[in-house]
Design a protein around this ligand. Structure first.
Ligand code: BTN
Length: 255
């Protein structure tokens, strides 16, 4: 049904009409020993999870709700690179398939016209200094119409259809994501992070621009410079001091 022409990703692919969360299913499959590249896709999630314990609204047939099992032979400190890699894959695929110009808001939200259309949730299981496995969750709002985005977030979230005016074929979209993911991942393992970093910065939202950053300690204005290999955001404040940020909120526009 999915007609994938990939080497390893999606060789084990499970497709469900309705699940609580594809993340939980992949954790289960990982514990059963399923291989690197196993994929779970659902038409609908009734308990979709976002980052920071937020809910991820995943209505039936309206988006890509998918989780990928990875078993990389990497130290846990490199796990953030997999999230950044995934963001570049999503941006690339959207860029190629439409006139939309996607950008990546640090750490890993995909925006179109300043609104979030996709998010990534990375969950890792590590033992000593090795990653045991990673569950990479991808959520993309694809075919929601006006009024189908929860009103609480409607001012800052959208769907590809709302932004492009076109309906998207979800199955085709998943195929391109998986095949682009496989190529990008393989070259990352071969060549390292440098290429991903450049790609990320090419799509990076407000890179080179001045924004307001809130951290636990303070709010300040700074110019965003790019990302570091450990996933940190690099910024330069108005006093010319460099800041490496691991956890922060970026604001833009007025204020
Ligand atoms: C975010 O907060 O931006 C991340 C959202 C991740 C949502 C996806 S949808 C597929 C997978 N299953 C989940 O429950 N969450 C992720």
């Amino acid at each position: 049904q999915w007609g994938l022409n990939t080497k390893w990703i999606g060789q084990h692919l499970y497709h469900y009409p309705q699940v609580e969360s594809t993340q939980d299913i992949v954790h289960q499959l990982a514990k059963e020993g399923k291989p690197h590249g196993t994929v779970v896709i659902a038409d609908e999630q009734v308990k979709g999870k976002g980052r920071m314990a937020r809910e991820w609204h995943s209505p039936e047939g309206k988006g890509v709700w998918m989780s990928i099992l990875l078993r990389p032979d990497l130290p846990p400190v490199q796990a953030p690179q997999l999230t950044l890699l995934t963001a570049t894959v999503l941006a690339n695929v959207m860029d190629k398939r439409s006139a939309l110009v996607p950008s990546i808001k640090w750490p890993n939200d995909i925006l179109v016209h300043h609104k979030k259309v996709a998010g990534i949730l990375t969950e890792m299981q590590a033992e000593q200094d090795r990653i045991q496995y990673v569950v990479l969750g991808i959520g993309i709002n694809v075919n929601q119409e006006d009024g189908e985005i929860p009103s609480m977030i409607a001012h800052k979230a959208s769907s590809l259809k709302m932004e492009s005016g076109e309906k998207w074929d979800i199955q085709e979209f998943v195929q391109s994501i998986l095949s682009t993911f496989e190529k990008t991942y393989d070259s990352f393992i071969e060549e390292g992070f440098q290429e991903i970093k450049q790609e990320w910065e090419r799509y990076g939202y407000k890179i080179g621009e001045k924004v307001t950053i809130s951290t636990m300690r303070r709010d300040f204005k700074a110019t965003l410079l790019g990302i570091e290999a450990d996933g940190a955001l690099l910024a330069k404040d108005e006093q010319g001091e460099m800041e490496k940020l691991y956890s922060a909120e970026i604001h833009w526009g007025e204020g």
